[in-house]
Design a protein around this ligand. Structure first.
Ligand code: NAD
Length: 476
C-alpha cells in the first residue's frame, strides 16, 4: 500500500482537470473560472416524523452557468457532503459539454439513508427538500433541472415535479423542472435504462475500433467478454443486462453492498436483481459463489470491469492489483486520481465517467425538450413513415410478382421495415448517435496528439475547449 495521501473526490477531479489544462493554451483567469464551483447551497430543514422533529442536511451545487439551465442529479445517501456534490457538479459541466447537452453543471444531495424510511415518510422529506430548492430557483425549468442519482429514481422525481407545480401553478413548463420522471408524469420512454444503455453503446463503439481494442490488449468483439460489475442498481443492472442479453458478454462477477457473487460460467443478471430486491443483498444467491469481501472481486481476472456504484472504489490501496485491461466508469469518480496514474502506467484503458455514464443526461435532455414542446417524440411522423414504407413494400411485391414470384420479401423484413419509429426507438437512436459522436471526438484527440496518453485527458480537452468557447462567446 502506498503512503501517498489519497486526494478527496473533488481534489481528484481538480487534479484530472489540471492535467488536461496543462496541455491547453487557456488564459489563466479563464482556466480558474472554469475549474471552480460557482456556488453551493446548504440547507437544513426539519420534518416531523414518528412523533419527533428530524433535521436533514441537503446541498445543491452549481458548478458552471456558461449554459442554462444547469443540470445534474440529486443523490440520497449517508455519504453526501459538500466536497462530493461539488465534484459531481464539476463532472456534470464537462459531461454535458462532451455530449453536447446544452446545460451547465450542477448536482445535489441529501444526507439520508432512504432505506430507513417508509414511502410516506420519504415523500414528505423529498417534498420538503424540493420546496427548499424550488424556493431559491434551484429547481426550475429554465434555471436548474435535477434528475435521479444514487438512492433516487422516478418516484422521487415525480414528487419533486409535483411539488414545483404546486408552487408555480401558472407555469406551463412546470414539468420540465426535473427529468427522470415516470412516463405518466411527463417522463420519456427509455429514461430509466438510459445510463446503462449508454454504457452498452459506449462499449459497442469502443469495440468498433480495432486500434483501441488492441491498446487494451484485447481482441475480437464484445461477444464472450468476461465482465465484472460493481453495483447492481439502476446503472449497473441495465448495463449488465444489455451487455449479456444483446452483446454476448458473460457477467462473471457482481459486487454489491453485502459482498460479491462470482461464477466463471456467467451469472443471470435478472435472477440476481430479483434476489437483491427480495433479500436486500446478494448473499445466499444459489447459482454463484458468494464472498463477503466484495472489494476483492474488483481484483479478479476479467476483460471488462464496470464500477457502477460509488466513487473512490479503485484507489491507491488496490490499483496495483486490478487485472482488468479495460475499465468503463459507469459510476462517477470510481477511480481516484492516484489510482488513475497507476493504471495509466500499467496500460489499462479507462473509458472515463464523464463520457461513459452520459447516457442519463442525454436522455434527460430529450425529456426536457419533450416537456417544453408538450408533445411525445414520433407522434407526428410515425404513421406517415409507415405509409411511405408501405408504398415501397407494395411496389417491391408488384415487381416480385411480375418476375414470377421467385423473389419474395420475408415477413421478418416487412415487419421491421413497416414499423414507424415510436418514442423509445427515437430515444435509443438519439442516444446511440450521441455516444458514437462523443466517443469519436475523444478518440480523435487521444490518437492525434502525442502528449495525450489516455481517453480521460482527451475527454477533458474536448469538453474544456467547449466550455471555454462558450465563455469566450459570452464575452467573459
Ligand atoms: P442506485 O442507487 O440505483 O444503485 C447503486 C447500487 O450500488 C445499489 O444497488 C447499491 O446497493 C450498490 N452499492 C452501494 N454501495 C455499494 C458498495 N459499497 N459496494 C457495492 N455496491 C454498492 O444508483 P445509480 O443511479 O445506479 O448510480 C450509480 C452510479 O452511477 C453513481 O455513481 C451515480 O452518480 C452514477 N450515475 C447515475 C446516473 C443515473 O441516471 N441514475 C447517471 C449518471 C451517473
Amino acid at each position: 500500500m502506498s503512503t501517498i495521501k489519497e486526494p478527496s473526490f473533488r481534489e481528484s477531479v481538480d487534479l484530472m482537470f489540471n492535467r488536461a489544462v496543462a496541455l491547453m493554451d487557456l488564459p489563466p483567469g479563464l482556466e480558474e473560472k472554469i475549474r471552480v464551483c460557482n456556488a453551493t447551497y446548504t440547507v437544513r430543514f426539519g420534518v416531523r416524523l414518528r412523533g419527533e422533529i428530524k433535521t436533514f442536511t441537503g446541498y445543491r451545487s452549481v458548478h458552471s452557468e456558461h449554459m442554462e439551465p444547469v443540470k445534474g442529479g440529486i443523490r440520497f445517501a449517508m455519504g453526501v457532503n459538500q466536497d462530493e456534490v461539488e465534484a459531481l457538479a464539476a463532472l456534470m459541466t464537462y459531461k454535458c459539454a462532451l455530449v453536447e447537452a446544452p446545460f451547465g453543471g450542477s448536482k445535489g444531495g441529501l444526507r439520508i439513508d432512504p432505506r430507513q424510511y417508509d414511502e410516506h415518510e420519504l415523500e414528505r422529506i423529498t417534498r420538503r427538500f424540493a420546496y427548499e430548492l424550488a424556493k431559491r430557483d434551484l429547481i426550475h425549468p429554465s434555471q436548474n433541472v435535477p434528475a435521479p442519482d444514487m438512492g433516487t429514481g422516478e418516484r422521487e422525481m415525480a414528487w419533486m415535479a409535483d411539488q414545483y407545480a404546486r408552487m408555480n401553478t401558472t407555469d406551463i413548463n412546470a414539468r420540465a423542472c426535473v427529468t427522470g420522471k415516470p412516463l405518466n408524469a411527463g417522463g420519456i420512454a427509455g429514461r430509466v435504462e438510459a445510463t446503462g444503455r449508454g454504457v452498452q453503446y459506449a462499449l459497442q463503439e469502443f469495440f468498433r475500433e480495432p486500434l483501441d481494442i488492441q491498446k487494451a490488449g484485447l481482441s475480437g468483439s464484445l461477444d464472450g467478454k468476461r465482465v465484472i460489475v460493481q453495483g447492481l442498481g439502476n446503472v449497473g443492472y441495465h448495463a449488465a443486462k444489455f451487455l449479456s442479453e444483446e452483446d454476448g458478454c458473460k457477467i462473471i462477477g457482481v459486487i454489491e453492498r453485502d459482498g460479491a457473487l462470482f461464477s466463471p460460467d456467467g451469472i443471470d443478471v435478472d435472477a440476481v436483481q430479483q434476489w437483491l430486491a427480495k433479500n436486500g443483498g446478494v448473499s445466499g444467491f444459489p447459482d454463484a459463489t458468494y464472498t463477503e469481501n466484495g472489494a476483492a472481486i474488483l481484483e479478479e481476472d476479467c476483460d471488462i470491469l464496470i464500477p457502477a456504484a460509488l466513487e473512490g472504489v479503485i484507489n491507491l490501496g488496490n490499483a496495483d492489483n486490478i487485472k482488468a485491461p479495460l475499465i468503463i466508469e459507469a459510476a462517477n469518480g470510481p477511480i481516484t486520481a492516484g489510482a488513475d496514474n497507476i493504471l495509466r502506467k500499467k496500460g489499462t484503458v479507462i473509458i472515463p465517467d464523464m463520457y461513459a455514464n452520459a447516457g442519463g443526461v442525454t436522455v434527460s435532455y430529450f425529456e426536457w425538450v419533450k416537456n417544453l414542446s408538450h408533445i411525445r417524440f414520433g407522434r407526428m411522423q410515425r404513421r406517415q413513415e409507415e405509409a411511405r414504407h408501405q408504398l415501397v413494400v407494395d411496389e417491391l411485391e408488384q415487381i416480385s410478382a411480375a418476375l414470377g414470384g421467385q423473389y419474395k420479401l420475408t415477413d421478418g423484413f416487412k415487419q421491421k421495415y413497416l414499423r414507424g419509429a415510436g418514442e423509445l426507438e427515437l430515444v435509443r437512436s438519439g442516444l446511440d448517435d450521441t455516444m458514437r459522436i462523443a466517443y469519436q471526438s475523444m478518440r480523435d484527440v487521444w490518437h492525434s496528439r502525442d502528449d495525450v496518453e489516455d481517453l480521460r485527458t482527451a475527454a477533458y480537452l474536448v469538453s474544456i475547449e467547449k466550455v471555454a468557447a462558450s465563455y469566450r462567446a459570452k464575452g467573459l
